[in-house]
Design a protein around this ligand. Structure first.
Ligand SMILES: [Zn+2]
Ligand SMILES: [Zn+2]
Length: 256
């Protein structure tokens, strides 16, 4: 892999390893671009603290550490510093205020919750209700419409236990939107390698049918995942089987 824009750090409490180990693993694997996109903090009302993302107080250390590594390894790899975030419109002003003085290179949209976490449910659970699938897909499109996010992380995160026709109707709506805006679908290496329900081969065949392209996102929560030829091969095979063209770099962001 030449580039990966989906990388976590131990600040989110469910990733391990030093920041430096992620950088060195990516270089070892031959990457030219490494984007950090740890789970973005939110300022929740009522003082709720999420167990699965960095706290607002950790943002400063995130940038200090990664900016130092970016400089130190500049001749080996290009490092970008960003976030993976949900789209929660009512909480955005506070998040923007929190981040406004930091050099945020980019964000990716990982819609783990439709409503903010304290009142929402994890969208990675299978649902049977079409209204929930509809709400999930609509929130992705609405989020992407803001122009805040470069791409959608694990777009097929929400599984659906209802009919294939309903699944296809909603996921095709998303794929058409992504195709129109030249945004690739992510093949999520974490999900593939750990045999999760995403990345779903059927979702990829829908994306291919609509003419989307794809990009591999490591979703690394361990440094070794940035240099895992076996998992990478599985992802490339999925793309090939679906007839999807894989791209290395994000269009319009960097194109080395
Ligand atoms: Zn995570
Ligand atoms: Zn992620």
């Amino acid at each position: 892999m030449l580039a990966n824009y989906h990388t976590h750090t131990s600040r989110c409490n469910h990733a391990v390893g030093e920041d430096r180990a992620y950088v060195e693993s990516a270089i070892w694997g031959g990457m030219k671009v490494l984007g950090f996109s740890d789970h973005c903090p939110w300022l929740y009302p009522d003082g709720y603290v999420s167990a699965t993302r960095m706290t607002p107080a950790q943002v400063d250390g995130y940038f200090t550490s990664l900016l130092r590594l970016k400089q130190e390894y500049a001749s080996d790899i290009t490092i970008y510093i960003g976030f993976e975030s949900e789209y929660s419109p009512e909480l955005l002003p506070a998040q923007e205020a929190l981040l406004k003085d930091y050099p945020v290179d980019y964000q990716i949209l990982g819609q783990h919750f439709i409503r903010p976490e304290p009142e929402g449910f994890y969208t990675g659970m299978p649902v049977h209700d079409e209204a929930l699938l509809d709400a999930y897909i609509s929130s992705l499109i609405e989020g992407m419409e803001t122009g805040r996010y470069l791409y959608v992380a694990h777009p097929d995160l929400m599984g659906f236990t209802g009919s294939q026709a309903i699944y296809d109707k909603h996921y095709k709506r998303l794929c058409r939107y992504l195709k129109e805006h030249d945004i690739p679908v992510e093949i999520n290496l974490l999900g593939v390698f750990e045999h999760r329900h995403y990345t779903n081969p059927h979702f990829l065949s829908l994306a291919a049918g609509i003419g989307c392209k794809a990009i591999i996102g490591c979703d690394a929560h361990q440094p070794e995942r940035l240099c895992n030829p076996v998992a990478e091969k599985q992802c490339r095979r999925l793309a090939a089987d679906a007839g999807l063209e894989l791209i290395d770099y994000l269009p319009g962001f960097d194109s080395e």
